[in-house]
Design a protein around this ligand. Structure first.
Ligand code: NAD
Ligand code: LMR
Length: 329
């Protein structure tokens, strides 16, 4: 058995952080061979070819084949897993939505190339920003591919949220569960601790003992820290997150393929759940069951949470209107 994985922007930073972990089995496990297709624009081909040489030198037993191309039809031919990373990152002082005009145009043609060439059950994960709306554009351009095959990465936000809680509570991060991200991968996102647990106990209870006024701490400290973590990384590091983004991409795709034991977060095409307008790519609490993302339904949403979800969904609507105005939808 082998899986064909297409990585766009493979010559870039996140591409470089992804390729070697995929070849080492971190995505699909140690029993699954992989065939890699590296899609770049002509300016990035040299970097992707260099990475391909290094992949060869890694002598990875699981790696069957590597191909570097600037032709989307070749890159997506028979593709099982498409990781759409190739896009410009933001710089200091920018919001991710500021990238719509620069990056949106990449995703329509790639969606069409996926529809024309990829495996019928292809799974697409959009990482390039603004990820939710780029995924919307790709899905809308992929005639014949069910929209459920298109997702946007918000797992990095969830990982950040769990890590912040673990640090505050001084507990191992894997004891913190059920911290879904709602809405957009942007500063309006809502990391939701309402249903979160730490070692099986409600996070609210555990937090109270440490921070006192939990709602005030969520508003003033936790939510902004998580929602603006991408900007914090850019400020401190000088460029946007790379290894943590690659790591979250692997988490997302691994769970999609192999299933989740519990809830996680992913940007999926809304079917109207929780009042989110149909068709928007919105992050929800999700579970992967039988290889499909399913929104966790029936959760109680307080008025306080509802306001935050609505604000992020309003931004997704604005982004959709903006790409319509740009002729990208
Ligand atoms: P980078 O500039 O290092 O790499 C981007 C690569 O994409 C470049 O090599 C470029 O040549 C290539 N590229 C551009 N247009 C392309 C196209 N049409 N087809 C194929 N390749 C193309 O950037 P990076 O640090 O790797 O980040 C990539 C994207 O991921 C950015 O948009 C960034 O904002 C986003 N990102 C998203 C998340 C998330 O959680 N969703 C996290 C981190 C970064
Ligand atoms: C992140 O969350 O780190 C990425 O989306 C990069 C960015 O622009 O914040």
């Amino acid at each position: 058995m082998s899986t064909t994985i297409t990585i766009t922007g493979a010559g870039g930073q996140i591409g470089y952080a992804l390729l070697f972990r995929i070849a080492a089995g971190d995505l699909l496990g140690l029993d699954e061979k992989v065939r890699l297709r590296l899609l770049e624009i002509p300016q990035g081909i040299g970097a992707a070819e260099g990475a391909a040489l290094e992949l060869q030198d890694g002598a990875f037993g699981l790696l069957e084949h590597v191909e570097v191309t600037d032709d989307a039809a070749v890159a997506f031919d028979g593709c099982d897993l498409a990781l759409l990373v190739g896009a410009r990152p933001r710089g200091p002082g920018m919001e991710r939505g500021d990238l719509l005009a620069a990056n949106g145009g990449i995703f329509g043609p790639q969606g069409a190339a996926i529809a024309a060439n990829a495996a019928p059950d292809v799974r697409v994960t959009v990482v390039g920003n603004p990820a939710n709306t780029n995924a919307l554009i790709a899905a809308a351009s992929a005639d014949g591919v069910p929209v459920s095959r298109f997702t946007a990465l918000t797992r990095l936000d969830e990982n950040r949220a769990r890590a912040q809680l673990a640090q505050t509570l001084a507990v191992p991060v894997d004891t913190v569960r059920r911290v879904p991200i709602w809405g957009n991968h942007s500063a309006t996102q809502f990391p939701d601790v309402s249903h979160a647990t730490v070692a099986g106990r409600p996070v609210h209870e555990a937090l109270e003992a440490i921070v006192g006024d939990v709602p005030a701490w969520l508003d003033s400290t936790f939510i902004p820290r998580v929602a603006k973590r991408g900007a914090e990384i850019i400020e401190v590091r000088g460029s946007s997150s790379v290894a943590s983004a690659a790591n979250a991409t692997l988490d997302h795709v691994r769970d999609w393929v192999h299933g989740t034991g519990d809830w996680t977060s992913a940007g999926v095409v809304s079917q109207g759940q929780y009042g989110v307008p149909e068709g928007l790519v919105c992050s929800f609490p999700v579970q992967s069951i039988d290889g499909e993302w399913q929104v966790v339904e029936g959760l109680e949403v307080s008025d306080w949470a509802r306001q935050r979800i609505d604000a992020s969904v309003a931004e997704l609507v604005e982004e959709r209107n903006a790409v319509k105005a740009l002729g990208l939808l």
